[in-house]
Write a protein that binds this ligand. Sequence first.
Ligand code: ATP
Length: 137
Amino acid sequence: MEKTFAMVKPDGVKRGLIGEILKRYENKGLNLVAAKVISPSLDLLQKHYEEHKDKPFYDDLIRYMSSGPVFAMILEGDNAVKMVRLLNGPTKIEDAQPGTIRGDFCTNTTFNIVHGSDSVESAKREILLWFPEYMNK
Ligand code: ATP
């Protein structure tokens, strides 16, 4: 069964959307296999967003992701990586249709409430980064 890493970002946690978002993943048929509320360190965020370090939005992104706790999770199910990305909706907010999490709950491309790994390889890397205790079990 495929696993993916997903996260409710600080704005989603502050707005009390953890339950709503988790319900959407579970309704789809994904199972929660690990979860925690965590205030990520700068080091963790820099590693997580390494591929974006030269992008113009990088500093805003790190500041945003440091602005409060996140809800980090490992979800499991058929095509889990793709399913979470579909439920989240596209990164570019103008393209996020109603019915997706981003389409229903946000208006901004940076402050976009959720994260989902973009490939099986990224999911493995991100699970190791965010849940080292799970990988060592
Ligand atoms: P995530 O990795 O959070 O699931 P994603 O895979 O849809 O999002 P990425 O391209 O990996 O998007 O970008 C990571 C994050 O950086 C986005 O979720 C968003 O918060 C921010 N971001 C991406 N592109 C832009 C942009 N053009 N302008 C502002 N912020 C952006």
